[in-house]
Ligand binder design. Structure first.
Ligand code: 9MR
Length: 406
């Protein structure tokens, strides 16, 4: 029995009627076609949402009518939501101390999910990125090796005097207990540790983050233990990118098997699936899911998108530093058709592995709000119109139902 159940929300209002009509498959069906419905026998279908969608307030990059459209599309198509940014440490806990939390945007996100019968997922408790400096700061001088660029070659998070192992553990425990405790029973799944695996060759398993340097490798087990203490019923995920790469999958197996041997409460694997149109497809995803499934845990596809920018066709990284370059250069030729083929392939793999895959979350509602917006990586364009990739994904569901009815 899968721990998540499906939920549907009635559609109301002219905006919804328009969206539902627009989202009807171009092959000419009468009823509106909704991702959350067509895959309801297989997995939840979700999306990351930004603050404008959660609060319904436009005015930044998206005008009010565009935000209204984004909200309507979210409510119509998806039954699960993830906070794209508002639960990251930098935003929810920017300052030290009990008064240092800023819960309002995260509360709005959770309420949005509750109001519309969608499962809200928490992202993310412990990450090397988007963690404010005060978390790592103290009086211990940093080692000399910590003053240049990181061994990952990316921007160093914080290079000043550091706190002690004991104090950082205490800060992490306070953060996790407070945040998970606040949403106990409301948020059913959490990304507890995000992107702790190193990129590159097999010799280094863990990313050389400040968490690792100051606490040591047991920071990961401790984070899961604290989250479990705060909400024993929550599904606790380990989440990472690049799990299409056999070397990275091997590191995942090393890390998770070791946590399992220690009895650490890791309940699901999150595979981000930030893919590229030249390599994404059935074979790549089938191989990746088969390997991850060997850990015996449910799989959540947590941040799905497929980049069609020609500058982004190498590698499977989700490092924000590399992203600017990865979305340059215009789109690959025949991008819409290639995107449709790639999405059809990965969804065929999700359906094949539906015993393991409990949830598939797109990283954004439409191309205009995507972190990779120049790579037009999603199923809906900036006006919330379904692209050929939407039709291709729906066809996979139709074929899967036809096969299971035979
Ligand atoms: O989509 C997010 C973007 O708005 C933020 O600026 C960025 C900051 O690091 O994080 C993006 O989301 C990331 C997610 O939290 C973790 N996996 C990689 C995602 C894309 O960078």
């Amino acid at each position: 029995m899968k721990p998540f159940h499906q939920n549907s929300t009635p559609a109301t209002g002219w905006m919804m009627a328009w969206l539902l009509a627009a989202a009807t498959c171009s092959q000419g069906a009468d009823a509106p076609i909704l991702l959350r419905d067509v895959f309801k026998e297989h997995f939840l279908v979700g999306t990351a949402i930004n603050r404008s969608i959660a609060t319904g307030v436009g005015g930044g990059r998206r005008a009010q009518d565009q935000v209204d459209g984004d909200v309507a599309l979210t409510k119509a198509q998806f039954n699960q939501i993830t906070a794209e940014n508002d639960m990251k440490w930098q935003l929810i806990h920017p300052r030290e101390g009990a008064d240092g939390y800023d819960f309002a945007p995260a509360d709005a996100f959770v309420e949005f999910g509750q109001r519309h019968g969608m499962h809200p997922v928490g992202h993310t408790l412990v990450w090397h990125s988007q963690t404010p400096n005060w978390v790592f700061a103290g009086t211990i001088p940093p080692p000399e090796s910590a003053t240049g660029p990181t061994s990952e070659g990316s921007r160093r998070e914080y290079a000043g005097p550091r706190t002690s192992r004991e104090e950082l553990i205490e800060r992490m425990r306070d953060h996790i207990h407070t945040v998970v405790g606040r949403y106990k029973g409301k948020i059913k799944a959490w990304d507890v540790v995000n992107e702790a695996l190193a990129d590159g060759g097999p010799e280094k398993v863990l990313r050389d983050s400040l968490w690792l340097q100051i606490i040591g490798p047991d920071y990961i087990a401790k984070a899961f233990q604290y989250a479990h203490e705060a909400d024993p019923d929550a599904i606790l995920r380990y989440n990472d990118y690049g799990l299409e790469n056999p070397v990275k999958i091997q590191k995942l197996v090393t890390l998770i098997s070791s946590l399992q041997e220690q009895g650490v409460p890791v309940h699901a694997i999150g595979t981000q699936a930030h893919l590229n149109v030249s390599t994404a497809g059935f074979d790549q995803m089938d191989r990746s899911l088969s390997e991850i499934a060997r850990l015996g845990l449910p799989i959540h596809v947590t941040e799905l998108d497929i980049n069609t920018a020609s500058g982004g066709q190498r590698g499977t990284g989700a490092d924000i530093g590399a992203n600017a370059a990865a979305t340059q250069g215009g789109q690959v030729s025949d991008a819409d058709r290639r995107l449709a083929d790639a999405y059809a392939g990965v969804f065929r793999a999700f359906v094949k592995h539906h015993q393991s895959v409990e949830m598939v979350t797109f990283w954004g509602v439409n191309d205009a709000v995507s972190w990779r917006r120049f790579g037009s990586p999603l199923l809906f364009d900036g006006d919330n119109r379904p692209k050929p990739a939407f039709d291709a994904v729906i066809r996979v569901a139709t074929e899967a139902r036809a096969t299971s009815d035979q």
